[in-house]
Write a protein that binds this ligand. Structure first.
Ligand SMILES: NC(=O)c1ccc[n+]([C@@H]2O[C@H](COP(=O)([O-])OP(=O)(O)OC[C@H]3O[C@@H](n4cnc5c(N)ncnc54)[C@H](OP(=O)(O)O)[C@@H]3O)[C@@H](O)[C@H]2O)c1
Length: 332
């Protein structure tokens, strides 16, 4: 698989990563499919998809434990990125950016991941109660201590229930400018997909201008852009899509023309090419610093998604994708 660099020339990863979140969090049925998930992670490494994206809060904790079982055997083949700063409470998810907490959380992640170094340590959300420089300073100390190789910042939905958009990205840029004064940012992670392209306006150019990598979260629109979901199909209560405004039957029907556009482009490349592969290939055309992290717990989807790295979209394909309608359904 093509390789891409995240932030610095020494941080090299396969062009398509693996989002491990659906193996333990956010999607219904996640918790029952551990063995299948393990096979999916192994398959990713077999195919050169080296970036494994997890977080301490996924599960909570079980996602790192799962990734750790693979790292124990294949650490040298993997690039592990995890996250700190969010805690799953009884009622709510809360931010904690206190320096002492961050250092303890890192040690706990290292234990769960069965490794002595995390390749990319990302701040999941800034804590409104703690100046971001203080949190970032603690993370920088972890780099100096050799526990972490590089730092990243996530910008996915600043407040629960809000989609990222112009306001979130303005806030993120201000945060990025502040933390850059403390220690270099190697990567930014934010939502980017054919139906959520807002990051192209400000965040991607900011990263490109500074040699910062960009991890595209939710690159398949939480599964919608794969074309495998049918409008009206119900989601269980523990599935994030049960509350997501774009996943009501009405909005799923209204957004079908976006999938149809992906499908038309896919057919141009042959009968076996899928909308998912086109959606990922589109992200890869947005810059050499961009790495999509499609989430899945299924080996078959890992195989399909990694193949997207070899799909070359033509100017005609890109022009057609640019005509896809703006997605309907918003958190606001
Ligand atoms: N930093 C943050 O705050 C943040 C927030 C959200 C996500 N993320 C990261 O981004 C990653 C990706 O986001 P995501 O997993 O929510 O959304 P996604 O990648 O857009 O979509 C995941 C969904 O698509 C399905 N899928 C994947 N490949 C498929 C294929 N080829 N054909 C059909 N269905 C397919 C998966 O099904 P199965 O699960 O059944 O395989 C899953 O339901 C996460 O794993 C996480 O690492 C980060």
């Amino acid at each position: 698989m093509e390789r891409r660099t995240i932030g610095a020339a020494t941080l090299e990863v396969g062009a398509v990563g693996l989002g491990c979140m659906p193996m333990s969090w956010a999607y219904s049925g996640s918790r029952q499919r551990g063995e299948e998930s393990l096979r999916a992670v192994h398959r990713a490494l077999d195919l050169g998809s080296t970036l494994l994206d997890t977080a301490d809060m996924y599960g909570p904790f079980t996602n790192e434990l799962l990734v750790g079982r693979v790292l124990k055997e294949r650490r040298a083949e993997a690039f592990v990125s995890t996250k700190v700063g969010l805690l799953v409470g009884e009622q709510h998810i809360v931010a904690n950016g206190r320096p002492g907490y961050v250092k303890r959380a890192c040690d706990a992640s290292l234990r769960r991941l069965q490794t002595d170094v995390i390749d990319l340590y990302q701040l999941h959300r800034a804590d409104p109660e703690v100046p971001v420089e203080e949190t970032w300073g603690a993370m920088a100390e972890l780099v100096r201590a050799g526990k972490v190789r590089a730092l990243g910042l996530c910008a996915v939905g600043a407040r629960a229930g809000r989609r990222p958009g112009a306001r979130l990205h303005d806030t993120t840029i201000r945060q990025l400018e502040r933390v850059q004064q403390v220690f270099p940012v190697s990567a930014v992670q934010a939502e980017l997909s054919v139906w959520s392209p807002e990051a192209l306006d400000v965040l991607l150019p900011w990263c490109a201008a500074r040699g910062v990598g960009f991890l595209a979260a939710m690159p398949l629109g939480n599964g919608f852009l794969t074309g495998t979901l049918t409008p009206g199909e119900g989601f269980e209560r523990d599935d994030l899509r049960a509350r997501h405004p774009r996943f009501t039957a009405e909005m799923m029907a209204a957004n079908q023309p976006i999938v149809a556009t992906l499908r038309r482009v896919a057919h141009r490349h042959g009968p076996s090419v899928t909308p998912s592969q086109v959606a990922l290939a589109w992200i890869l055309t947005q810059g050499p610093h961009v790495v999509p992290v499609p989430g899945t717990k299924q080996e078959r989807w890992v195989s399909q998604n990694t193949t997207a790295a070899a799909l070359r979209l033509s100017p005609e394909d890109l022009a057609e994708l640019a005509t896809a309608p703006v997605a309907q359904g918003s958190w606001d």
